[in-house]
Design a protein around this ligand. Sequence first.
Ligand SMILES: [Zn+2]
Length: 175
Amino acid sequence: MEKALRFLTSGYSADVDSVLNGALFTVDYNEMVIVRDIDYYSLCEHHLLPFFGRCHVAYIPNGRVIGLSKLPRLVDIFARRLQLQERMTNQVAETIRTKIDPLGVAVVCEGTHLCMAMRGVEKQNSYTITSAMLGAFRDNARTRMEFLELLKLRAPVMGQQFDAMTPAGVSCLDE
Ligand SMILES: [Zn+2]
């Protein structure tokens, strides 16, 4: 039990810089980089129950890129904590913004929350989508739509949902 919890919260002690060390590259490339369907498993901080799903990450480089294999590692660092899906989504986006200062960053996470399913708050197969749009993804509707088109999310999602951050705490009801 203790060992399991230590693993599930190992993101607190993981160091972003050492994960990204040697994986930041200078490039002459400014097309959208996108890695979709990154599986993650996390624990909600209110109920200590799992939430899990997929995370999609995109950015438009401004002279620097992150090695592609590092993006799932980055998601893991923030997933292996007691979390809110909204915060995790923002943390992944902010870290990419801070590390390579791209023209834009977009992170969309889909999550199934056992604390909602088990307590009957939501239907069993519903899931929560959170997004963080920075830079060009926030300011330019065409860039944002191109990203969403590439994702082809399983459920229809209205464009305007992605214009605003989901207020913290929505995915996991604090009761
Ligand atoms: Zn919860």
